[in-house]
Every structure is written in C-alpha cells, then in structure tokens.
Design a protein around this ligand. Sequence first.
Ligand SMILES: [Zn+2]
Ligand SMILES: [Zn+2]
Length: 283
Amino acid sequence: MENLKKRIQQLKKKRPGYKEILNFYQKIREEQEEVKPSLKIKSIPLKKEWKDLLAKEGFSLLEKKDFPLGINASLALFSSLCEIGEKANPRMAQQVKKIEEAVAHKKIDLKKAFTGGFEEGKIEKIAEEFGLDKKVLLFLIQESIRPSIEAGTEKLLNELNTEAWLKGYCPVCGSLPHLSLLKDAEGKRFLLCSFCGYQWRVDRFFCAFCGNKEQDFLHYFCEEGEETYRIDTCDKCHQYIKTIDARNIEIIDPALEDLATLHLDLLATQKGYKRPAPNPWVT
Ligand SMILES: [Zn+2]
Ligand SMILES: [Zn+2]
C-alpha cells in the first residue's frame, strides 16, 4: 500500500486534473487492503479434466459464480465503499444513497448479488427495476468482492500453465481483458482479466476481441513522450485495448495506471473505437 500511495502521489503531481478521482481511488484501495487479512479464501480445487479442457477445447476453467467469496468481508466492504461514495462528488453521493436505501428496504439482496457472480445482465435488471444507476451499482458490487476474487486467483497461479492458451478471453473465468501489458526484454504481451485479475500470454499482433491477426488492420497511437501508454486499435471490429509497456515503468497497480490515463480513452472514443471492458472507475 505504501508503494501504491507513492505512485498515486506521483501521478497527482504529473496530472493535476486527476486529483479528485485518484483520491477516491486511494480511499477505496485502502478499504480493500484492510479486509484482506480477514479473508479466508479456500483454494479452488482443479480437477485434471479441467486442465485437459483448457488445453484441448479452449473453455475457461471456472464460471464467475465458482469463485469463493468472503461474504462478511464483502458486506463490510460494501458499506465502507458506500460511505466513501457518499462523500465523493454530488452525483455519486446521490446515487449511492439511493442504492443504500434499496439495500435497507431489502429490494437488493447483496449476498445474492455478490454470489450471482456479478452477472451484468442481472445487476442491470435490478438497477432498472428500482431506478438505480447501473454503473455505480456494478462498481460497488465489483469492488466489494474484488479482494476475494483476487485472493482466489492468486491461489490458482501455481497450478496453471496457460502459455498455450493465446486467446482473447481469460482462461480462468472467461471474461474479457481490460488491459494489455508488454513485459520482458522482448516485449512479450500479456492480457489482464477484467474480472479475476489473471494475466495470460498472447501474440504481440492480435486483436483480443475479434481475433484479427492481419497487421494492416492493427494500429496504435500514444501521446508524444508518453510511449509507456498506448491504445491498440483494430480496424476490423473497431475496438481497442490500452497497452502499458511494463518495460518502461514498474507497474504497482495496472488499474491505477489505467485510471490515470483516461484521456487516452477519450481520444480513442473520439476516433470511433469502443472499449469492450470499460474502465469501472468511470461512473
Ligand atoms: Zn479471469
Ligand atoms: Zn478486432
């Protein structure tokens, strides 16, 4: 957490326009750190067949709902995140209050929302039914269970070898990547799962979303002097992914670097590209 705070400090100096959202980010991360020691996430048993499945068919190993959760920690986190949200900007505060009311009146069953594996369709329906902001609700739920999900993924790390996977979706949970990273001297490329945080290797020239490998359709752009962060675009499906070159900076927290470069997402949108796994912090 100390390193993370230092990095947030650096980023605030470099990009003062991000100060408010970075403060918000830090507060939420602090709460998430705090629940970690109380989490007792069991290892997810991997059957041998699953490994075969992974190698042969290209299915992912788990469904989102298969991840074990620390329910009490997630519930506690939900209330602290709501508290932080209430002190954020007025729009967020208003939305959070409405959500809290819906929970208090038992219109939303939080345990169900958590263990339902955070299925967007379901959460969307709940939000619509009670006139709540879908993105804020999703954000609160996702960030409340994130420490559990990531603890589960961490336990799987030593058991998995997904070098041969090479697909555009996560081998563990099947979700889309929200970021891509370049690592090692050769610039090996990895995708980062938007749900469970797993990282897997892919080809350098490849659109994660439509599988396109034709280089004529794959481009990227970045800001001058900021080559660490770039937007990789695909002109077949008109979607993009943000890539962080981890050879240039020590990445303490990819989600933080993503948040501090929202101006690149804006540029990509203006150029007509879509981001399939949106930045959850933009609510
Ligand atoms: Zn995943
Ligand atoms: Zn594509």
